[in-house]
Design a protein around this ligand. Structure first.
Ligand code: TXA
Ligand code: MG
Length: 353
């Protein structure tokens, strides 16, 4: 695997590698993506293979100019109300962590959309992602750059450690600032959040009005569905067990977390210092040497800021996963703003066990 920096020469080099049909991992503002030219079916097939991702789970197509929107999406049949909502969303949140599901053009390979009549389209704000897309073919299909079902990568090291030489190239652009994936919003027939993410429900509703709850049909899919292949999911990536560390994760309310006993061999992921400090005083965790504590008791945001917590989520889960503890106890965040997306990832991580 070639490791590249964020210099212009390196990004140009990476764009050439993409155009030749190879796979390039790159940073976005949410998480690292595993990119392939969206119109190259052989490259798309390799993305599924490298990730161990089932073919029924469609990819997000990343663009870096609005001209490309209509190369991917067919907007002809969209009524004026939805069209107005679409452009409001684009004006407010693109570039940024919002993915829109829209009817696809027939030129978009079925492999990218897993045979669905719709395509997921995202215009990332990260400067490296934008430069890479612009210098390549203008449309990069990219799932998160992690093995299927595992923790998402918020740093280049996470990609190198998990996918390694099975990919051709990575651009190291440092940590991803948002830290959780984009919000996936289906617009038709009515707006529906398929995956909570970097743009909150509140932000979307302020702009376009009430958004329907996801029916949970796809969220209830589990591994048996994968094994038997018997399902029809509108957003197939929303599997119940996903974003999972290798060890069990138990999710606790702040009240439960506050009364947990401390075990040296277990890991603790607090939302803020507010709950951690009284807990530490009460348990023997207060006596653990700092060196050990640093790796087993982590706090997503000392001040209890959900945006900061999201930015640390995957990095801290990766640390706990590697630190040799037998399980992770994680504290639920307030279910508002980006906290809802963090809780969604924690719930899915917990569903594995
Ligand atoms: O922030 C992100 O979105 C990152 C970065 C790399 O851009 N990408 C990412 O991709 O999270 P991935 O493949 O891990 O998740 C894509 C999600 C999946 O849940 C998938 O099922 C859903 O988007 N999706 C893709 N196309 C869809 C479609 N046509 N209809 C419904 N859901 C779709
Ligand atoms: Mg993913």
């Amino acid at each position: 695997m070639i490791k590249l920096s964020s210099s212009s020469a390196d990004i140009e080099n990476a764009a050439g590698i993409l155009k030749s049909g190879k796979l390039v991992a790159f940073p976005t503002e949410t998480v690292y993506g595993l990119g392939a030219d969206a119109f190259n079916t052989l490259a798309l097939a390799r993305v599924f293979e490298v990730k161990g991702r089932p073919r029924f789970d469609p990819l997000i197509i990343h663009i870096a100019s609005l001209d490309f929107l209509e190369r991917i999406a067919c907007l002809d049949g969209i009524d004026s109300q939805r069209r107005e909502q679409l452009y409001l969303l684009i004006d407010s949140f693109w570039p940024g962590p919002l993915t829109l599901i829209l009817p696809k053009r027939k030129e978009v390979p079925d492999l990218a959309t897993a045979g669905l009549p719709t395509a997921a389209i995202r215009f990332p704000s990260h400067p490296i992602a934008r430069a890479l897309i612009t210098l390549s073919t203008g449309a990069i299909a990219a799932p998160s750059a992690n093995p299927f079902g595992r923790l998402s990568p918020s740093k280049a090291e996470h990609v190198i450690e998990t996918l390694g030489d099975s990919i051709d190239c990575i651009i190291d652009g440092g940590p991803c600032p948002v830290g959780v994936e984009s919000t996936v919003l289906e617009l038709l027939p009515v707006p529906l959040i398929r995956r909570p993410g970097g743009i909150s429900r509140e932000q979307l509703e302020t702009l376009i009005g009430p958004i329907q709850e996801d029916s949970k049909d796809s969220a209830d899919l589990n591994c048996d569905h994968i094994k038997t292949g018997r399902f029809a999911a509108p957003s197939p990536g929303m599997l119940q067990s996903h974003y999972a560390p290798h060890i069990p994760l138990f999710l606790h309310s702040p009240e439960e977390m506050a009364v947990l006993p401390y075990h040296k061999k277990e890991g603790y992921l607090f939302f803020s210092a507010q709950n951690r400090e009284p807990w530490k005083c009460r348990t023997s965790a207060g006596q653990v040497p700092d060196k050990c504590k640093a790796q087993t008791i982590l706090t997503l945001s000392e001040e209890g800021n959900t945006t900061e917590a999201a930015a640390h989520l995957f990095e801290y889960l990766h640390i706990l996963d590697k630190t040799g503890v037998s399980c992770i106890h994680a504290e639920v965040l307030p279910e508002e703003g980006i906290g809802a997306a963090v809780n969604d990832r924690l719930r899915r991580a917990a569903a594995n066990h």
